[in-house]
Ligand binder design. Structure first.
Ligand SMILES: NC(=O)c1ccc[n+]([C@@H]2O[C@H](COP(=O)([O-])OP(=O)(O)OC[C@H]3O[C@@H](n4cnc5c(N)ncnc54)[C@H](OP(=O)(O)O)[C@@H]3O)[C@@H](O)[C@H]2O)c1
Length: 403
């Protein structure tokens, strides 16, 4: 999972790709960019467009055929009919609660919000037009009214509130999560689900804000769907329908375990932690060798995020290599092997640490601290104050849109 801010930033960057701009002197030559970009873009965009109109279900992902569910099979009338007897009780109104809740409401479904009265979320919900007593309730009341209970409390809060919530999840209701965290790591979270209800997952692969903006743009976010427990024989169908209803475009089937392992691993690795570590290491070596902060930042972060990573995002790694000079390409291909070999054991350690529950334990301990918010803010302040990110602030201030 990516944070709200990083996902939003990535989406802004990807917009710039419509006309990839080559910034700075960089090793990307304008001549090279133009030719492969057109050819490669044509190659990639055409099949995706065809899939959308043809409603293809089985997609060949590099030789591995997978069923992909898509929203075109669930037009709004079908969703309304499917959920006509349901009350969707969405518990928690943070990042995901906001995005999924508003999308459900705009889709015309009978959705109510359950949050702590007068907490930050209660106020946010009122600002978004939810009305106390009509479609905004305290947690208990919402769960009692709901036929489908969507647990979108923070993962730590899911564990903390479970002893209170569990008895209200009576036979006939469906329990929905957007992360496999609570039931998979039940030894630690104590979230032992009742055995007589369907338990399903729709995990949007992005922040709640992105869930909302993509929906409003008429697109849809990619989501994972999974079934933990199917007592009615309808759990999968319900998960797909809910996936569409909350704003997914394409849904990839997985298991609760695989969803939570890959998510915790990815955010600690390439999505956030790993990339931050790489940035810091590269920047420090440049600085230790006499390069100025602006040069070190431009060669480490700015060129990556503004020029090269968007090319990878648009059309893949080969496309980015093709857009670069021979000199850059040769060195990058050679060194990528060394980085991979050096880093792979670190990734193996990380996966092990996710799977054996160490990462969950640490998260729960951290989120359970009384001074959690203050401690988090202190860490953010430390990151903000690192020279690399102070230099970055100055570099960004020179962008035309910030002048
Ligand atoms: N954020 C993402 O990018 C993302 C992406 C995919 C999946 N998910 C998953 O979606 C789920 C929700 O995550 P989120 O990021 O949306 O959560 P969040 O923003 O951290 O939302 C927290 C919500 O939980 C409530 N809460 C916290 N402690 C509580 C307590 N003790 N009792 C009652 N309510 C409490 C908060 O209410 P108050 O305002 O009253 O404190 C708030 O409404 C999680 O399972 C997460 O893993 C998140």
């Amino acid at each position: 999972m990516a944070s709200k801010h990083s996902t939003r930033a990535l989406r802004q960057l990807s917009k710039q790709l419509v006309a990839p701009r080559v910034q700075q002197r960089t090793f990307v030559s304008a001549f090279n960019v133009t030719r492969p970009s057109l050819a490669a873009a044509r190659k990639v965009v055409a099949p995706a467009a065809a899939q959308q109109t043809r409603g293809v279900k089985t997609v060949d992902f590099a030789g591995d055929k997978e069923v992909v569910y898509e929203r075109s099979d669930w037009p709004r009338e079908k969703l309304l009919e499917y959920f006509k007897n349901d009350t969707l009780a969405l518990i928690g109104y943070g990042s995901q609660g906001h995005g999924q809740g508003l999308n459900l409401r705009d889709n015309g479904l009978n959705v109510i919000i359950g949050v702590r009265k007068n907490g930050a979320s209660w106020k946010d919900a009122i600002q978004d037009g939810w009305v106390p007593g009509k479609n905004l309730f305290e947690v208990d009341e919402a769960i009692q009214k709901g036929t489908i209970v969507m647990n979108l409390l923070s993962d730590a809060a899911q564990s903390e509130t479970w002893p209170h919530i569990k008895p209200m999840l009576t036979k006939g209701k469906t329990l929905y999560f957007s992360h496999g965290f609570s039931p998979v790591f039940k030894d630690q979270t104590k979230v032992e689900v009742p055995t007589d209800i369907d338990v399903i997952l729709v995990a949007p692969k992005g922040s709640g804000r992105t869930v909302r903006t993509l929906f409003k743009e008429g697109r849809g976010i990619n989501s994972s769907i999974a079934i933990f427990q199917d007592v009615t024989g309808k759990a999968e169908e319900k998960a797909i329908a809910l996936g569409v209803a909350v704003g997914s475009g394409y849904m990839y089937k997985t298991t609760f375990e695989k969803e939570v392992y890959s998510d915790l691993y990815g955010e600690r690795g390439c999505l956030m932690g790993g990339i931050h570590g790489m940035f810091l290491a590269q920047y420090e070596v440049l600085r230790e060798n006499g390069h100025s902060p602006s040069e070190a930042f431009n060669e480490t972060v700015e060129e990556a995020t503004q020029s090269l990573y968007p090319l990878i995002g648009a059309n893949g790694m080969d496309y980015m290599y093709e857009a670069c000079s021979t000199t850059a390409r040769r060195g990058a291909i050679d060194w990528s092997k060394r980085f991979k070999d050096t880093l792979k054991p670190v990734f193996e350690d990380l996966y092990k640490s996710v799977k054996d529950g160490s990462e969950t334990r640490r998260t729960m301990e951290y989120a359970g601290r009384k001074d959690y918010r203050a401690a988090f803010e202190k860490e953010m302040e430390e990151i903000r104050e690192l020279e690399i990110w102070r230099a970055g602030k100055a570099v960004r201030s020179l962008r035309p849109e910030n002048l």
